[in-house]
Design a protein around this ligand. Structure first.
Ligand code: ZN
Ligand code: ZN
Length: 564
């Protein structure tokens, strides 16, 4: 009786909110049969499982550059049967892995979630810290320190946190990646588990006591098989190498060969190379790093029975080998092309498993990237395009010389990292130097230096709202407490990096423009070139699931994507 009364109450409440369809909207009390259908239909409305896929360092144009080479069941399935947002951008700098992942899942930028880099100078500690390191927790599944991790430096909640809160912790939320931060930040604070791969002589998926005290049996069993050995044999191109016409020639001076190999050319004898390249760590910089992550994600899906009951679960999978390969061989390499053709197959396999385990139409997938990447600057120079290499240490020397001349001091700067200059507050107050004067002096001085395009002061960033251009991106990436005192921007395609391979981190479109695909339950078919921002992903998924937005969310749901 009590149950019936509460159901009637729910019905009256829903009807008064106008959330029922017209057919069900009746002034008479519902019968038991009607109650059932109301509850069932509200459950059928939401997916049984959300799968978030983040491809590390995936530029937007990798969807188009390799399109004709992809199969029908991977990227193309998501693009053609789902919704393709072709003008999706990061709305902040720096475009690095940890801020990228945090922003996708929190629906806001570093200004609010506080993940301002992979590593950053902690001015309160006086040392450089890693975004996910946490000495309060211990490793699970290894005797090393690789598991001493947590998402605690991420200050706001994720969409995955909100799902846990909404379901009283009944939703199952698991994060998986080769990289610790690629698993930890997406899974959020209230997750059931995050797993990442330990290289070196271990070759296992591990975790942290932040989530659990021991690995579940299925993870122990997966590790025991040592699948990585199966993959560390030979890396040959998937198709005849002459068909890789969307990339440069295999032998060129813009790529870095693994240790123990003279040139960065196919084939790669991985079994021989592993001894010189950190043993199991070698798999990270091969397409097989993605394959083993797909294997592990499929195993999690089955063994954890994700998407089986009526409460939505969330599987956050980040494919990060693409980033290691991009750094080593560069945007224009055959190695990158082959990696994406193989990732396409891994994604196809993952989708097929979802069809089988959860059921087609019952799950929702989104796919995006944590940042893009720049073409190798030396390669761009060979094409007569402006590009270059910036030396942070020469920059520091020049700045110190100018500060000595102006202030007759040598210790005004504590740290320069991530294009941010941190002041030595103690020295400033000892020498009675006004920080705002110093900010202005440095910003105006360094803008005259070679390769520096722009500079922004802390004072400007905290006192006014910037609405567009580079300033908008700098401000969104600027955390009032954690960030530095002067932020500088390099000229386009100028990087502080080795002469081989590619990197990322800037405000330029090659770093900010990334794919954004939605597919499956509750998602319309279509595409749009309307500009969207990465911070819109989490609010869109929150809307789809009808749950609260992450607590710092500044993005908006992308309504075109959603059926309702
Ligand atoms: Zn990354
Ligand atoms: Zn990277």
């Amino acid at each position: 009786m009590k149950n019936l009364l509460s159901l009637i109450f729910i019905f009256v409440f829903l009807a008064s909110c106008g959330t029922l369809s017209r057919k069900q909207d009746t002034n008479t009390y519902p019968t038991d049969a009607q109650d059932e259908s109301i509850i069932k239909s509200s459950q059928l409305d939401t997916p049984k499982l959300v799968v978030g896929i983040v491809v590390d360092q995936m530029r937007y144009d990798y969807l188009s550059r390799f399109y004709s080479r992809y199969g029908t069941g991977g990227f193309k399935r998501l693009m053609n049967d789902g919704y393709n947002l072709t003008n999706n951008h990061y709305n902040f700098v720096p475009t690095y892995t940890a801020p990228g992942h945090a922003s996708i899942y929190t629906g806001t930028s570093p200004m609010n979630h506080g993940i301002i880099g992979n590593n950053w100078y902690d001015k309160f500690e006086g040392s450089v810290i890693y975004n996910a390191s946490d000495v309060d927790y211990n490793s699970v599944g290894t005797t090393s320190d690789e598991g001493k991790m947590s998402p605690r430096r991420m200050l706001t909640t994720t969409v995955t946190d909100q799902l846990e809160l909404h379901t009283q912790g009944r939703a199952k939320v698991i994060g998986i990646s080769i990289k610790d931060r690629g698993a930890i930040l997406p899974a959020g604070h209230a997750a059931d588990a995050a797993y990442w791969f330990e290289g070196g002589d271990a070759g296992n998926f591990i975790s942290s006591t932040f989530y659990m005290n021991t690995l579940p049996q299925w993870v122990i069993d997966f590790n025991a098989v040592k699948k990585a050995n199966e993959y560390l044999k030979t890396w040959e191109t998937l198709y005849p190498i002459s068909t890789y016409t969307a990339s440069g020639s295999d032998l060129n001076k813009f790529e870095k060969a693994p240790r123990g190999k003279e040139d960065a050319v196919f084939p790669y004898d991985l079994n021989t190379l592993r001894s010189d390249n950190g043993n199991y760590s070698l798999i990270k910089a091969t397409p097989y790093g993605n394959t083993i992550v797909a294997d592990f994600a499929i195993e999690a899906l089955i063994k954890e029975e994700m998407g089986k009951d009526d409460i939505t679960d969330f599987l956050a999978v980040s494919f990060s080998s693409t980033d290691y390969i991009g750094h080593q061989y560069g945007v224009n390499s055959i190695e990158i092309e082959d990696t994406y053709l193989r990732l396409d197959r891994d994604i196809e396999r993952l989708l097929e498993s979802l069809d089988q385990e959860v059921g087609e139409g019952k799950y929702t997938v989104f796919l995006t990237a944590d940042h893009g990447a720049v073409h190798n600057p030396a390669f761009l120079q060979s094409q007569k395009i402006n590009a270059g290499y910036f030396s942070t240490s020469s920059f520091k020397k020049q700045l110190e010389k100018d500060l000595k001349e102006e202030y007759n001091q040598e210790d005004l700067i504590s740290n320069i990292s991530n294009n941010q200059i941190f002041f030595n507050k103690a020295s400033l107050s000892l020498n009675d130097i006004n920080p705002i004067d110093l900010e202005n002096f440095i910003a105006s001085k360094i803008t005259d230096y070679d390769q520096i395009d722009k500079a922004y002061t802390r004072n400007a960033l905290v006192s006014g709202q910037m609405h567009d251009g580079t300033g908008y991106l700098i401000q969104n990436g600027f955390h009032h407490k954690r960030s530095g005192d002067v932020i500088y921007v390099l000229e386009p395609a100028v990087i502080s990096y080795s002469k081989t391979g590619s990197t990322h981190g800037s405000s330029q479109s090659y770093d900010t423009h990334v794919p954004l695909l939605f597919y499956g339950n509750g998602i319309r078919k279509g595409s749009s070139s309307k500009r969207t921002e990465i911070i819109d992903v989490a609010p869109t998924i929150s809307s789809l699931l009808k749950i609260g937005f992450p607590n710092g969310a500044t993005g908006n749901p992308i309504n075109d994507v959603l059926k309702h």
